[in-house]
Design a protein around this ligand. Structure first.
Ligand SMILES: Cc1cc2nc3c(=O)[nH]c(=O)nc-3n(C[C@H](O)[C@H](O)[C@H](O)COP(=O)(O)OP(=O)(O)OC[C@H]3O[C@@H](n4cnc5c(N)ncnc54)[C@H](O)[C@@H]3O)c2cc1C
Length: 466
């Protein structure tokens, strides 16, 4: 049921007929039923938009947003994954143009043999270009590279009135920066250009450090920001007292040819996404709880080296460890899980510490807890990143007291001038969101002008009045 992805074209190349399906996001918590179409080209998308049902339309890529940004209960969902052609690739300049349903994995597979990697990669490469633009995604290199849209020279957008427009940040900054981070609500991205970044090898030279508490974690991250292109801390969110905020920090950069052992130098740009193990649909709800996550966190922390320098890792190990298991989200059982991510400005270190305290005291078990420093923001009206500390957590949906805990965190984050990430949100209150995103009114006004009939809409946009 729930996390069915949009189908591609049928074996004979015809588009799959629209079907009624139940969809969720990656967290599998709020299913809704919609008509799902899987067009294979822009003309079909335009046709679907022109005959939009009363329930409206939203685009959906690979469904990796955590909750319902790509759901539209009672309306139409346009799956883009059958529009997955790379149109051109300039191997000298590293500029790729592609359809919106192309995944980051496809770009890696196409780019790496010529020495080009995606400019920004989230924690999964199973993300489409349309989804990466719409959420203006960030990666471990945000502090030096910013977010995804900063590497997009243009995209072609199908507007709600059916016109297609090439949008660039120079000629049409308002539409560009409303679409980047705009969660699919300004139009449907059909194609885009992406500027890749040059690499000598497909391996990463990684330093790992284990820190004893939150002060040491933050001090290390602050001191080493300018030494690494990529960095992130995995934090033990259940550790308490003098261990509060203890972390394993991995930082790295793409390895040069000379860094590789002789055997690897023969094929320095190798990239084999490979077959992935599947997780069965048998995990009971409640398997992940404060006890089991506490034990797993302890084991993870203990097994990490205290200080290891220059380990050579693959792209998969360093950037996308969770991609190794297909459907790993099933581990949370049928009840699913809630992701929560905030950013607060630098200077709010006490807030970060307090939130970890609240989480550990509440015994709210998040296994994938990530702390990182963001660099400068881009002009996206609803783009999430801003300079400051970002903390991401995932909690089993049935965690006792979770709603109250996260409401409290929301209030503190808003008070501190921070915000939560829409691609992950499942429960922020609309009035709190308005405090977090001061340009929300501007976004709403632009949307009212672009889409007076309200053709575009999602479960997320209706809940939050975006
Ligand atoms: C394991 C994992 C790790 C992650 N790590 C990170 C991370 O480190 N950093 C980060 O920023 N995010 C991260 N994410 C979130 C993910 O990168 C974003 O939610 C991304 O938008 C998902 O892309 P998608 O193709 O699956 O889009 P979907 O989830 O299908 O859709 C997301 C949004 O994009 C819109 N959209 C999709 N295609 C189009 C289109 N063609 N035109 C217009 N709008 C469109 C949808 O309407 C929706 O609003 C992670 C997710 C997972 C599952």
């Amino acid at each position: 049921m729930a996390d069915r992805q949009p189908g591609a074209a049928a074996a004979d190349g015809r588009p799959v007929r629209p079907t009624t399906v139940q969809l969720t996001g990656w967290g599998r918590i709020e299913p809704s039923t919609a008509t799902l179409a899987a067009p294979t080209g822009p003309a079909e998308v335009a046709g679907l938009l022109a005959s939009a049902p009363a329930g409206g339309v939203i685009a959906r890529g690979l469904g990796r947003s955590y909750n319902n940004a790509a759901q539209n209960g009672g309306g139409l969902v346009i799956g883009t994954t059958a529009m997955n052609r790379i149109i051109s690739f300039d191997r000298e300049a590293g500029l790729v143009t592609c359809e919106a349903g192309v995944s980051l994995e496809q770009l890696m597979t196409a780019g790496l043999p010529a020495g080009w990697f995606v400019p920004v990669s989230p924690g999964t490469r199973q993300v489409t270009i349309g989804g990466a633009i719409a959420a203006d995604v960030h990666g471990k290199n945000h502090h030096v590279a910013g977010s995804f849209a900063q590497h997009v020279p243009w995209f072609d957008l199908l507007l709600p009135d059916g016109t297609e427009r090439r949008v660039t940040p120079d000629a049409d900054p308002a539409l560009f920066w409303a679409t980047a981070g705009g969660m699919g609500l300004t139009g449907i991205v059909l194609r885009a250009a992406v500027q890749l970044r040059q690499v000598q090898t497909s391996r990463v030279r990684v330093d790992t450090v284990r820190t004893g508490d939150i002060d040491e974690t933050m001090a290390y991250l602050s001191a080493t920001d300018d030494q690494y292109g990529y960095t992130v801390a995995w934090t033990d969110c259940l550790a308490r007292g003098r261990n509060l905020g203890r972390s394993v920090i991995t930082s790295g950069d793409f390895a040069d040819l000379d860094d590789l052992p002789a055997a690897a130098r023969r094929d320095p740009l190798a990239f084999r996404p490979g077959a992935r193990l599947g997780a069965p649909e048998v995990f009971p709800s409640g398997l992940l709880n404060a006890v089991t996550v506490g034990l797993a966190n302890e084991a993870w922390y203990r097994k990490a080296p205290r200080n290891r320098v220059g380990e050579i890792q693959t792209i998969g190990t360093f950037f996308h460890p969770l991609d190794g298991i297909r459907n790993w989200n099933r581990v949370y059982g049928p009840a699913g899980f809630r992701q929560y991510q905030y950013v607060v400005p630098f200077g709010q270190e006490e807030l970060v510490r307090r939130s970890l305290e609240r989480i550990s005291v509440a015994r709210a078990p998040s296994f994938v807890t990530v702390l990182k420093r963001f660099g400068p923001a881009d002009p996206g009206l609803l783009s999430f990143p801003m300079p400051g500390w970002t903390l991401a957590l995932d909690f089993p949906a049935g965690t006792p007291g979770l709603a109250g805990l996260l409401d409290q965190l929301d209030q503190e984050v808003a008070e501190a001038g921070g915000r939560i990430y829409l691609a992950k949100d499942s429960r922020v209150r609309p009035e709190t969101l308005a405090r977090m995103y001061p340009r929300l009114e501007e976004f709403r006004k632009l949307r009212a002008e672009l889409d007076p009939q309200g053709i575009l809409g999602s479960d997320l946009s209706r809940r939050l009045g975006l």
